[in-house]
Design a protein around this ligand. Structure first.
Ligand code: SF4
Length: 307
């Protein structure tokens, strides 16, 4: 059941600005505001915000309001904003303990996290956080290509992602990694697809979530697009990139394109459904040149703003 957002708003409850689509029914709890890094060239999400850790008493007050409003309705919680595990381990443990005490039906707590933060966090801290009930981490990989990671200013190398990914899996977390198609524009898509598959294969995350770059106002990539420094990949290139990525995956993951930016819905479990997922992409790639309705549908994706 969804929680009472309207009733929480009455109490000036501090909602995170973003959450994954899979957390649409979750209670949202904000422990930080903004992004500790805030430099990725494709991202406009928190550019207007100065990063802040919220005082623990404010977070606990929000949880108390949520308990008063929806104690028996909360089954899942998402913690925001973009890199929650940067707060003190003792504080995140306090928040988790309070959440499980407040909501008897709670079964899952998830958060966004940066790979670099997970890489640096002591393993014992991760273990304690996992045991206190944080189940799943959503991490933006974007690409496995070292040069492109540098170019988009991601602040992490493929090796950082691999080490952080293996570490959090060993600590018992479910790991959801995000891939952003089209980041290389029209060039080098074959190398990007192969390098991204190689990193994903090394980690074997529980979830691979596909996104397609639709540059947003406020991001550096959007400015580069306007000045001609960056050329956006065509839908056909993006689909080819996705096909090659999928073809090279040897993971045992849920593969999901659960976002409005993607041209084609491709969802299934790997490796068992790989052939049928490739067939979905092949059909779209084959249809595209002569199918005006499909071209128009894809072109509407290219106009998406305020994601
Ligand atoms: S993509 Fe994530 S880490 Fe990068 S600036 Fe945006 S919120 Fe921060």
């Amino acid at each position: 059941m969804t929680v009472g957002r309207v009733r929480l708003k009455e109490h000036e409850y501090d909602f995170p600005l973003y959450r994954p689509p899979s957390e649409a029914r979750s209670l949202l709890v904000r422990v930080t505001r903004g992004c500790t890094w805030n430099k990725c060239t494709f991202c406009s999400m928190y550019k207007h915000l100065r990063f802040q850790r919220r005082p623990l008493e404010d977070i606990l007050r929000d949880i108390a309001w949520a308990e008063q409003c929806c104690r028996d309705d909360v089954e899942t919680v998402f913690i925001g904003d973009s890199n929650s595990l940067v707060i003190k381990t003792t504080d995140i443990l306090t928040v988790l303990n309070r959440l499980y005490r407040s909501f008897p039906g709670l079964t899952r707590v998830t958060t966004y996290a940066r790979a670099k933060t997970l890489y640096k966090k002591p393993f014992d801290d991760l273990l304690r956080i996992r045991r206190a009930g944080l189940n799943r981490l959503h991490v933006g990989l974007e690409t496995g290509n070292a040069a492109l990671l540098k170019k988009i200013y991601k602040g992490a190398t493929p090796e950082t992602f691999i080490e952080a990914g293996r570490k959090v899996k060993e600590a018992g977390f479910e790991l959801s990694l995000y891939v952003l198609l089209g980041l290389g524009g029209e060039e080098h898509w074959q190398a990007l697809a192969r390098d991204t598959a190689a990193v994903l294969n090394e980690i074997d995350p529980h979830f691979i979530r596909i996104r397609t770059l639709q540059p947003q106002i406020g991001s550096e990539i959007y400015a580069d697009l306007q000045t001609g420094v960056f050329t956006k990949a065509t839908p056909e290139t993006v689909l080819q990139e996705q096909r090659l990525l999928l073809e090279n995956l040897t993971v045992t993951s849920h593969y999901l394109s659960d976002h409005i930016t993607n041209y084609v819905p491709v969802n299934g479990t790997l490796p068992v459904e790989k052939a049928s997922l490739l067939a979905v992409l092949d059909e779209a790639i084959g249809d595209l040149p002569g199918n005006t309705a499909l071209q128009q549908q894809f072109s509407r994706k290219d106009q998406l703003k305020s994601l």
